[in-house]
Design a protein around this ligand. Sequence first.
Ligand code: NAD
Length: 416
Amino acid sequence: MSEKKTSLFEESLKPLKNAAAILKLSSDVVEVLSSHERILTVTIPVKMDNGKIKVFTGYRAQHNTARGPAKGGIRYHPSVCLDEVKSLSYWMSIKNAVVGIPYGGGKGGITCNPKELSIGELERLTRGYAARIARFIGVDKDVPAPDVNTTAQIMGWIADEYYKIMGEYLPGVITSKSLSIGGSKGRDTATGRGAYFATLEAVKALNISLKGARVSIQGFGNAAQPMAQYLHELGSKIVAVSDSTAGVYNANGINPIALIEHKNKTKSVKGFPGTKAITTEDPITLDCDILIPAALETQITLKNADKVKAKLVVEEANGPTTPEADKILHDRGVFVIPDVLANAGGVTVSYFEWVQNRMGYYWSNEEVDEKLKRVMNEAFHDVYQTYLQCKVDMRTAAYVTAVRKIVDAMSALGRI
Ligand code: NAD
């Protein structure tokens, strides 16, 4: 059997359709949920260091704003395209509803390879993009944040450009800023921390011990690094890690703190002392107890789903598993904490940042952590109860809980 070539967005609608069948939604409501409210495409001419002008393409999509302003990151990557941005913004509507924070879904990006840009080019590109989308975003309209290859510095440039255009200091327009300009404590580790809290609840439900559990990780960036550290602290063994350049394996466990230092120094996990070289995809199928895809979309597919050895998959990446692969995992009894739940810690602390910006009053690390834990635990158990009651996989259960909330909001607004 081969996987049909359809768009990522079309594929991503399958769990929504499964949830809609359980919720007995009419086809016109499904059509509304399958449509974006607004999508903006922009071109950004940038003066490069060699004096030439290069034109980049960027996007910002707002999927559904019935539950609140659009919210979601900005990605800089060569693969960024309309189809990807549409998928990512729709996943944000679902994710924000799963964890019950008052936002709709948004996402943006620029098709570029930031690794080939100088710091000056990156700043000019970012400021150009910010100027193009300035009228489209806003504290109560659409609130961006970082995603793959975007950082607190990039958020700072966007904020600065936005303030200049609007003539006001409005820090709630963007999240994951540096602490000095209204960022929240705990935001840099929030995605990993949230995934960790969800994992703690999952292992209790599944009766797996984290102490000694073998963990395999694909992708070693903002999402994966804190998660690896929390699991390591609890006594799990990080046996495999890969990034976009290489992979490393040690059956006795890799120290994630030392690996982060190595990656910071060399820009790669490659050659980490005491490890064997593996490929970037090997972590998916290696013998382990917990698999953490934390890189990009479409990594667990028809080609490798039957080779996944883990009992538990924690999707820190967005969309790492195709619907066909999802079915294989479910049929084989692999428990998946789906992306819209597993990685929701990032947007949850972004929400806390936005709340603090609006109040002008800032919380301690402990307050942020305690609130994040509460949100993640409640979301996990909401989804897990639906999973038990409806006898569906965890992804469908997450979509059922999310879609119910979005439909209630659309109905209360009289939109459907
Ligand atoms: P990042 O840029 O910090 O890290 C991405 C990592 O994946 C890097 O180590 C990169 O080398 C690696 N990678 C890329 N392609 C790979 C490949 N083919 N094989 C193996 N590794 C590969 O990005 P991030 O913020 O950590 O995001 C990772 C995923 O998590 C994305 O899907 C993102 O949408 C999702 N996510 C991130 C956050 C967050 O707060 N950072 C929140 C929610 C979801």
